[in-house]
Design a binder for this molecule. Structure first.
Ligand SMILES: NC(=O)c1ccc[n+]([C@@H]2O[C@H](COP(=O)([O-])OP(=O)(O)OC[C@H]3O[C@@H](n4cnc5c(N)ncnc54)[C@H](OP(=O)(O)O)[C@@H]3O)[C@@H](O)[C@H]2O)c1
Length: 325
């Protein structure tokens, strides 16, 4: 798989990222099982075999067990860590007692969360740390202090954000000496507001579109790598049962299957190729732990290169369920 640089920062990452949210079994405090580790190992093997070098974590995934699983695998395979680009996230806290689930960009939380992630992952450093979801109480100078400590101690190389608007990124960036490297957003054929926001400018019909205005353009202008979470739409177009799904989803799933058959490829390669055909150079974060499904993503980059404008619009319009304005 062709590698692309994450901007000017010198990290050479694969175009596809393996999302590690499913690793580690359920979202509970049950101990990790050998079966969980074996399943993750098979998934990583499959990902490596198709050239995936970047792995996406968060401190909260399966309540820490996703990172723990990955850490066990790294420990058993010395030398593997240096072949990988490991990204994790912090900033979401679970509810405890009377305190609800919340977001936390305090210096204390960021530093503690990274130490915990490093311990679970069995690594000395993260390549990339993302702030998971915008915290309304964020103080950019405080975040900058935390990032500064993590950078100078060698615990984190690069920093980024997730689910943030252009204004929020600008606000944070003012306090930081280094440019933010990544913004991870939900984007797929079933989550289209990142495109609809742009095509509806000056159209009353676009009033209900919920996406930060100008974010796609801002990230591209500022060289911020856009990563897409949820890129497989949880299997909606690639074989999952569609019972109860709206007509546009059902029709698009049939279209994806038809295109895949015509092009002698997989439905996964079509839906990912559609995302990757966008000029922003999106990196899809595929969240499957199923080794066969990971292998089915292999042809995505080639399909992106082959996809014509007409094919791209045919998929977009079908998934919108409405003609262009
Ligand atoms: N930044 C954020 O706020 C955020 C939020 C959510 C996720 N993420 C990241 O993004 C990654 C991907 O997100 P995602 O999991 O929401 O998206 P996804 O890649 O669209 O979907 C993956 C899920 O769909 C299932 N699936 C895929 N194809 C299927 C099929 N044909 N039939 C049945 N099930 C199918 C997978 O199950 P199998 O494992 O069985 O294949 C898995 O549970 C996560 O792992 C995580 O790293 C980030």
């Amino acid at each position: 798989m062709k590698r692309i640089p994450i901007q000017q920062r010198g990290i050479e990452a694969s175009r596809l990222i393996l999302g590690c949210m499913p690793f580690g079994g359920g979202w509970n405090r049950d101990p990790l099982t050998e079966e969980d580790v074996l399943k993750a190992e098979k998934a990583i093997e499959a990902a490596l075999s198709i050239g995936i070098s970047m792995y996406d974590h968060a401190n909260i995934y399966t309540m820490g067990k996703a990172e723990e699983t990955f850490g066990r695998i790294l420990k058993a395979r010395p030398g593997l860590r240096e072949q990988l680009i490991i990204q994790s996230k912090c900033g979401i806290r679970f509810g405890e007692g009377d305190v609800p689930g919340r977001f936390d960009f305090s210096k204390e939380h960021i530093l503690e969360a990274v130490n915990d992630s490093l311990r679970r992952l069995n690594v000395d450093y993260l390549d990339v740390l993302l702030l998971h979801r915008p915290d309304p109480l964020m103080e950019p100078d405080e975040v900058a202090e935390a990032f500064g400590k993590l950078k100078s101690s060698g615990k984190v190389k690069y920093f980024g954000v997730s689910n943030m608007s252009a204004a929020q990124i600008r606000f944070l960036q003012r306090a930081l000496p280094d440019q933010l490297a990544v913004n991870q957003l939900e984007m797929s054929l079933s989550r289209l507001d990142w495109l609809d926001q742009g095509v509806h400018v000056n159209q009353p019909v676009g009033a209900s579109v919920n996406f930060s205005e100008g974010l796609m353009e801002y990230c591209q202008m500022e060289n911020i790598q856009i990563q897409a979470w949820g890129p497989l739409s949880q299997g909606k177009f690639t074989g999952r049962s569609l019972e109860g799904e709206p007509e546009n989803i059902q029709q698009t799933a049939a279209l994806v299957q038809r295109m895949a058959a015509e092009k002698e490829t997989t439905p996964e390669a079509i839906v990912l190729g559609w995302l990757m055909r966008h000029p922003a150079g999106i990196q899809p974060v595929i969240g499957t732990a199923n080794a066969e499904r990971i292998l089915a993503c292999q042809d995505a980059e080639r399909q992106a290169q082959l996809m014509t404008r007409d094919e791209w619009y045919t998929l977009y319009v079908s998934a919108r369920g409405n003609n262009m304005p």
